[in-house]
Write a protein that binds this ligand. Structure first.
Ligand code: BTN
Length: 270
């Protein structure tokens, strides 16, 4: 990181270690890498036991949901991933993707002072007004039978350029709407909120309500949903979440449909 000397890095490591659940994580910063998620996955494949938080200035092959790519403008975006271990019981807690989405939403609201523009498009898109500013990529990689080691990756276009994504969605920057936020301030705020929410992971009802609040603008928008990895789709209005974080959609014919995060979902009426 350009402005990150070793004293700064030590300070950041100290901050991270002060968050209870990240006590054992080792911070690493890198100027360029293919993808922070891919790098942390490689370390799992190599049998490295240590848990890392890896933050990069630039990714050359950043990855998004559904095999899409995730590009960035160097030094203008927050790009990081961290290892996380889930035991059997924790796998039944509130979904980690949604918990992460709420942490990012809370952090951006704190840093911008915003109360209405920033929201969470279920399950893992961070939106400002009707455009995407950030996303979350959670990938699970087994390690033994008891513990599932996962990689949680977060990318936020803080100060980069706006762009039209291949699927027709618009990507904006936080700085197009709010004064510039420092990358490391957003990094610290997200980790702090994540650490706090993790303590409540088994309180599904409270987390579901928080998630519904984070997704407030979503409940008025018409969406198109694709069946799992197929060309078939249906349309309707998001209505509420279940305690397991699944989304209930009210279809045009009045019936209900429950969908999970494997379904691709797109806004059709902003
Ligand atoms: C999405 O919205 O499709 C998810 C985007 C996730 C991007 C982040 S950037 C840091 C980490 N490394 C990656 O290659 N992807 C995630």
């Amino acid at each position: 990181m350009n402005n990150q000397d070793s004293t700064g890095l030590r300070g950041l490591q100290k901050f991270i270690s002060s968050i209870e659940c990240f006590r054992d994580h080792y911070l690493e910063q890198i100027s360029e890498i293919d993808s922070t998620n891919s790098e942390l996955k490689r370390r799992i494949d190599e049998g490295v036991c240590r848990k890392f938080i890896l933050i990069a200035d630039h990714q050359t092959s950043g990855r998004g949901q559904f095999g899409r790519s995730w590009w960035d403008n160097p030094h203008e975006c927050l790009l990081f991933s961290f290892h996380w271990d889930l035991d059997h019981q924790e796998r039944d807690d509130f979904p980690i993707t949604l918990l992460t989405g709420v942490a990012v939403w809370k952090a951006l609201r704190d840093l911008t002072g915003d109360e209405e523009k920033i929201w969470l498009k279920w399950p893992n898109d961070i939106m400002i007004a009707d455009s995407k500013v950030g996303g979350i990529l959670v990938e699970g990689f087994s390690q033994g039978s008891e513990i599932l080691r996962i990689v949680i990756g977060i990318g936020i276009n803080l100060n980069g350029k706006e762009a039209l994504l291949p699927d027709g969605e618009k990507r904006v920057a936080v700085s197009s709407f709010f004064p510039k936020i420092k990358i490391l301030d957003s990094f610290k705020a997200i980790l702090a909120h994540w650490g706090h929410l993790w303590k409540f992971r088994s309180e599904k009802s409270a987390l579901k309500e928080l998630c519904e609040e984070a997704a407030k603008p979503f409940w008025k928008k018409k969406v198109k949903i694709w069946e799992n990895s197929s060309a078939f789709f249906f349309e309707g209005f998001p209505e509420k979440l279940t305690e397991d974080g699944e989304l209930i959609i009210r279809l045009n014919d009045g019936s209900e449909r429950k969908i999970n995060s494997l379904n691709r979902i797109k806004l059709i009426s902003p």
